[in-house]
Design a protein around this ligand. Structure first.
Ligand SMILES: O=C(O)CCC(=O)C(=O)O
Ligand SMILES: [Fe+2]
Length: 198
């Protein structure tokens, strides 16, 4: 279901075989720093283990999954917790800004420049075809890298404090995305990806 959208604040970012839109500052009812501090404090952050080629590794970031349904992500079965009042408020703000409805959110905490996320597509079957995923960033800016699966073109976006990136259409089908480690010292960043499990 698409809600009535005040999406005039979202600007399209041209991307072949994909659909991206972005706003530099999502209008929030608190300052970015207040939202970030509350998310750091109120979230049930987990250091998840992943098994790659039979070897167990700690993920290079902390994460938490809130929503109505369990979700399989990077081979991990994430047990959901119900939305908190803060997450519910953020969800409504993001829904108004994007015109899409969401019932789940994955939070990632990049503690410093050494935390990262490998290249992937958010194409799990429970998201349905052509999912809309809204990504809210708080704290340190990190570079979001998109790589085309077939022609290998690369696009880099700076995801700054308070910004909202909407990925939809064929984006997950044609592109991988991720966050690289950096060498320059960086403060913490929290990213929330709102999703709809169908
Ligand atoms: O931290 C980011 O901006 C990317 C997060 C992401 O790709 C995900 O949660 O699937
Ligand atoms: Fe992703």
């Amino acid at each position: 279901m698409d809600l009535f959208a005040d999406d005039s604040l979202l600007s399209p970012i041209p991307l072949e075989d994909g659909d991206l839109a972005w706003m530099p500052q999502l209008p929030l009812p608190w300052t970015n720093a207040e939202v970030m501090a509350r998310l750091l404090r109120e979230t049930d952050w987990r250091e998840e283990t992943v098994v790659v080629y039979g070897k167990r590794h700690l993920q290079p970031r902390l994460s938490a999954w809130y929503g109505d349904a369990a979700y399989t992500y990077s081979g991990l079965r994430l047990q959901p917790a119900p939305f908190t009042p803060l997450l519910d408020t953020l969800r409504k703000v993001v829904e108004t800004a994007t015109g899409h409805s969401f019932n789940s959110v994955l939070l990632n905490l990049y503690r410093n420049e050494r935390d990262s996320m490998g290249m992937h597509s958010d194409d799990e079957p429970e998201l349905g075809p052509q999912p809309a995923i809204a990504s809210l960033s708080l704290g340190a800016a990190r570079t979001f890298i998109l790589k085309h699966k077939y022609n290998k073109k690369t696009v880099r976006l700076e995801l700054t404090d308070g910004s909202l990136l909407l990925m939809r259409g064929k984006t997950q089908e044609y592109w991988l995305h991720g966050i690289n480690k950096m060498t320059r010292t960086l403060q913490a960043r929290v990213n929330l990806t709102f999703r709809k499990i169908v």
